[in-house]
Design a protein around this ligand. Structure first.
Ligand code: GLU
Length: 429
């Protein structure tokens, strides 16, 4: 994978990096073997249904045209229309988008919502672009994919580097192409554009619910437990905030500018306030001591929440991790080669396709509300989300016991079993 991000903290040394698609495939392979999946089904599920590469010429503020490369991969639409976010990052590659699209298939199946998996990405650095440039880029991307997107076809959402603002532009551009307002073509929209209450907090809330579910199994007492969170974007900061509200002490946080540590606990609302008033970064945060990202990952805490991006727990650092529980807020933060080290150390893991599924679950609620033309209360959204996360956790936990495997393999087993059974009923050519 090529990464050209300017961050020296989030990125581990490239030496132990793994291609994210291979990382995903290796778990898929192991789970398929355990399930005794037949060869034909295996072939269908391992191959993405559609991969689109688009070139997007965009007029920059200096009047010159710049061509961006964008992707949309539909891994599967067996369970329903494909669902998944759009990532804006310099490190985007087709292989990364393919892995992320497949993870969406497994994620939607784990939480039992009627979607297949897809993902999109554009190679760009959104932090260095003006609002106008980002709007033109988002509209160009949407317009070149109008035949792919659709409320019954493929439904995008935010991912790293995108948020409600981009989703509003996407909804508007798509709607113009159809000559009518189509709210349900995209989720994660601002409230006034058909967004759902609770969507912004949904991924963090799901991380919190699955952290507590796991702590209960491990008999970890929230009032006596500590936690470190890597990444302080939407997922990391809201997970930290909600987990702190449940009485767990957050000793370490980080973003691409560095990591911050306070043995006595960091006041997360203060950190969020500081970040919001400081151009969205933690650089200069004075309530904690400065440490490196590696030190944060290897710190002596009960719970570690990697909530930035893939491939941060590798064979280079897995054996140094001291946490008892890892809850994966990010997609693919642990690479496949590190899995066995973590498992042998006896560290419990709530895998990404379960832990961070709260986001897509409330995306589903948003889509349902758009189609009904009706708005749910925040309380209703949260109650339903909590129930789905709790039930999904128990389903995966049971599979882990039944098959005597890690929670990660168990999550893949649950997902692959559901998708392959659906495929059997639907049939094919
Ligand atoms: N990008 C988020 C994820 O990876 C949300 C996807 C969605 O809501 O469709 O789960």
């Amino acid at each position: 994978m090529t990464t050209t991000s300017n961050s020296s903290y989030i990125e581990p040394a490239p030496i132990n990096k793994e291609n994210p698609f291979e990382s995903m495939m290796s778990r898929f392979h192991d789970a398929a073997q355990l399930l005794g999946l037949d060869e034909e089904t295996y072939e269908v599920l391992k191959t993405p249904t559609k991969q689109v590469i688009v070139s997007l010429p965009v007029t920059m503020d200096n009047g010159k045209k710049k061509v961006f490369e964008g992707y949309r991969v539909i891994h599967s639409n067996i369970l329903g229309p494909s669902k998944g976010g759009i990532r804006y990052d310099m490190g985007v590659t087709l292989d990364e988008v393919k892995a992320l699209a497949a993870w969406m298939t497994w994620k939607c199946a784990v939480v039992d919502i009627p979607y297949g998996g897809g993902k999109g990405g554009i190679i760009c650095n959104p932090r260095s672009m003006s609002v106008g440039e980002l709007e033109r880029l988002t509209r160009a991307y949407t317009s070149s994919l109008v035949d792919v997107f659709g409320p019954d076809q493929d439904i995008p959402a935010p991912d790293m580097g995108t948020g409600p603002r981009e989703m509003a532009w996407l909804m508007d551009e798509y709607s113009r192409s159809q000559g009518r307002t189509v709210h349900a073509v995209v989720t994660g929209k601002p409230l006034v554009v058909g967004g759902s209450l609770g969507r912004t907090e949904a991924t963090g809330r799901g991380v919190m619910v699955s952290t507590l579910a796991s702590m209960a199994k491990l008999r970890l007492n929230p009032g006596r437990s500590t936690c470190a969170v890597q990444g302080f974007g939407n997922v990391g900061s809201i997970s930290a905030q909600l987990i702190e509200e449940r009485g767990i002490k957050i000793c370490g946080i980080s973003d691409h500018t560095g990591a911050y540590w306070n043995e006595k606990g960091i006041d997360i609302n203060k950190a969020i306030g500081f970040r919001n008033g400081n151009g969205g970064i933690l650089d200069g945060f004075k309530e904690a001591e400065r440490i490196t990202n590696e030190e944060l990952l290897e710190s002596k805490v009960d719970i570690l929440i990697p909530a930035a991006k893939e491939d941060v727990i590798t064979t280079a650092n897995a054996h140094k991790i001291q946490a008892k529980l890892i809850v994966e807020g990010a997609n693919g933060p642990t690479n496949a080669k590190a899995d066995s080290i973590i498992y042998e150390k006896g560290i419990s893991v709530v895998p990404d396709i379960l832990a961070n599924a709260g986001g897509v679950t409330v995306s589903y609620f948003e889509w349902v509300q758009n189609r009904l033309g009706y708005k749910w209360s925040e309380d209703r959204v949260n109650r339903r989300l909590d129930r789905i996360m709790q039930e999904s956790y128990e389903r995966v936990y049971k599979a882990a016991k039944d098959y005597n495997v890690s929670m990660r393999l168990a999550a893949y087993i649950v997902a692959i079993a559901k998708v392959s059974e659906t495929l059997k009923y639907r049939g094919g050519y």
